[in-house]
Structures are given as structure tokens and as C-alpha cells.
Design a protein around this ligand. Sequence first.
Ligand code: ARG
Length: 467
Amino acid sequence: MADDTTDTKSSNQMWGGRFASGPDAIMEEINASIGFDKKLFAQDIRGSIAHATMLAHQGIISADDKDKIVHGLNTILSEIESGNFEFSRQLEDIHMNVEARLATLIGPAAGRLHTARSRNDQVALDFRLWVKEELEKTEQMLTGLIAAFLDRAEEHAESVMPGFTHLQTAQPVTFGHHCMAYVEMFGRDRSRVRHAIEHLDESPIGAAALAGTGYPIDRHMTARALGFREPTRNSIDTVSDRDFAIEFLSIAAIAGMHLSRLAEEIVIWSTPQFGFVRLSDAFSTGSSIMPQKKNPDAAELVRAKTGRINGSLVALLTIMKGLPLAYSKDMQEDKEQVFDAAESLELAIAAMTGMVRDMTVNTARMKAAAGSGYSTATDLADWLVREAGLPFRDAHHVTGRAVALAESKGCDLAELPLSDLQAIHADITDKVYDVLTVEASVASRKSFGGTAPSEVRRQIAFWRARN
Ligand code: ARG
């Protein structure tokens, strides 16, 4: 589908006699949006059918003209869907392209469609409908990603791994618990998506250019027909507002940040040095020169897509920040940002869902790493508090000495003989060895939201009931 064609009917001609000649080539180039807003064709046609139906219902146009208009619009819809529509750049945007074709198809009745509306409320409507559908798709995709994590968490509710702070070994956790952290993050993203759908669920059509209209339109009727909760309340705000697009981009940026952190963890975990996970061949690539390599390209690209999404958010915020009310043509630049971010986000969620489902988890490697780096030192300190009655600060100090001794001997805490431990604190008994294993460590952390397998299973059940 070419953007510019030999179609000689320009938008200037459609506006009548005020413009003597066609637009200068550069003007046409900067002004036209058809190259990207043709993506809105289905929403544009749906909106026009609802508008024409309402105009006829209110006696503003005849039933006969309405029938012609609706029939013509449906013809255009199938022409575009089947690739038999010639988009013209001279006709500027999707709205004018559809209207001009309607005139060719049905003649003068086409001229009645634009009664009581403007391209300002028309574009606000089309774009809102598009963003709403995209949010609904995002909601579903996040549900799929959450489901993938729930399955992996269930499988690995007992698999121990090192938990990190500062990317230094901190305390043992379970891989299931780590997976459930992502369920919380993507669960918050999904609830942001649901709130955004609620915010934008108001119909802009009928705000007209900015002031409303003198025709006896019924905005509640068009709102209902288009699946909106209600019409917007202020016509000036309606044609000035792009919050729904900015909200989509903000949500995409936050979800992208979450996806990027996951991507970064997968990149780290899949190195031979960590070896916690192995990506399937489907989500990795080889090197053209180093035969041993298996690169996590998909994860790296998810990490990079986040940069693009952030760029789109900043771009649209910047476009909007200086605009006086109501509509300005600057606002035409909203669409490419949202389209690009939507494509990036969809791809990133899909790739991550696949990676999470496909990756092989090396539980032996994780367990070995979980026990290294004196990860159960806190358990020794807690034992001293519980069994020997020490204040936590003193227990921390005693444990620090035990870690230093183990380090100087090149062994783990559990490998220090009891005599060594008793030399540091006389009240230590051989019962202490029970808490120094990684399994005992995770099993003890039963506090609400903690890493104990029983607690992780409770968290999984909570989310299963909501997914
Ligand atoms: N193509 C325009 C856009 O995307 C449609 C609205 C044009 N309105 C106007 N007053 N020129 O914003």
C-alpha cells in the first residue's frame, strides 16, 4: 500500500476555494500522517459508523443517507483489510482518506458524515479506541507471563539458590520465591493496565473542534455504541488530552524496566560462571567465530527495547508539555511513539514468556552456590539470639568472628569443629549445626511473604486464584 499516489484530489481541494494551489512538497511531507495513522483505519470506520447512526437517530441526517454512509464505510473497511485501498499522502491522514473514498463510492451523502464533528474529536476517538485495545492485549500478555512464572515457582518451591543484595551472596532463598517476586512485579503492571483502561473509558466523539456543537447530538448513544462507559465531560479537555497515551507509555516504561531487570538476571544466570539456567536453543544464538558460545540475545534485546520505550515516554511528555489548550498539530506526533512502544512491549513480553517457560534450571549449581559465601551466617546469629539469649548486636559480632575464622581456615561455617565455635562463644552447642544448612535456613523463614517453601506455596495459591 503506497502512501503517495497519483490521486489528484488533495485535502486543499476538499476544503474548498481558500487554497489556490496544492501544498508545497515539504508542507505535504511534514503535514501528512497517513504513513502511520493508517493503522487506525478500523477504529476510524467504527467511530464514523457510530456517529452516522446517532446523527440519523437524532434526525440530523436522513435514514437513507445514513444507510449509504454505513454501507460505503463497510466497503472501505473490506477494501483496506484486503489490501485493495490506495492511501494518498495528499489526503493527509486516515480521516480524510476514508472520507474522500466514501465520496467516490456514495456521492454527496458522504458530505453529511462530518456534521457535528471535527477531526479533533475524531482523532481523539480513534486513538483512544486503539490504545484501549492495546491495553487489553497487554493485560492478557501479562497474564500469560505471570502464568509461566507460577508454573516455574511451583516446580521450584523447594529449590535453594543464593539470594543477593549488592549482587553479593546474602541469604539462601528458593528459586520459587525469586520467581514469585516477578509475579508481584508483573501483577502490579497488570493492575496499572486495568486502571488505565478505567481512566480512558470515556468517549471523546461529539466534543467537535473544541466547543461542542449546536446540533442535537446524543453523546451517550455514541459512547454506548463504541463500548465506552460514558462520554467525556469537557469538550476543551477532550480534544487537548493525551493522558491516555502518556499513561500507556508510563505503564510500558515501568513494565519494560521490570522486563529489563529479568533480562539482566537471565544474562547473568546463563553465564558459564553462574550456570544457574540454560536457555533453550529457541531463545539463544551461537557465535560466528567462537564455537563454544551460546548467547542470550533475546534477553539482551528485551533489555534494549526498554530504552526505546523510555524514549517514547519522554518524547510524548516533551511534545505535550508546552501546548496551550486545545488541539495543536504537535499532537499528531503522539502516534508513532505509542505504536513503537506497543510493538516493543508486546515483543518483550512474548520473548520473556517463552524464555521463562523454556529455560532449564540447574538446581545442583544453584544449591552449591547457595551454601557458599557464608550465606547461613545470619542463621548462626539468630540461633545465638534464640538459644543463648544474646542481644542480636552481640550475636552479629560473635558470628562475624566465626566467619573470619572459617575464612582463615578456608572452610564453610558448618565445617568448623565445635571446639572452634565454643572458643568464640562458650554457650554454642552441637545443635547449632542443624541451622547451618541452606535447607534449614530457607525452611525457617516462615514469616508472611518469606522464602520458606510453605510460604512460597501460599503465595502461589494466592496468585493462582487471581490469574
Ligand atoms: N492527523 C491529525 C492528527 O493526527 C488529525 C487531526 C487534525 N486536526 C486538525 N485540526 N488539523 O492529529
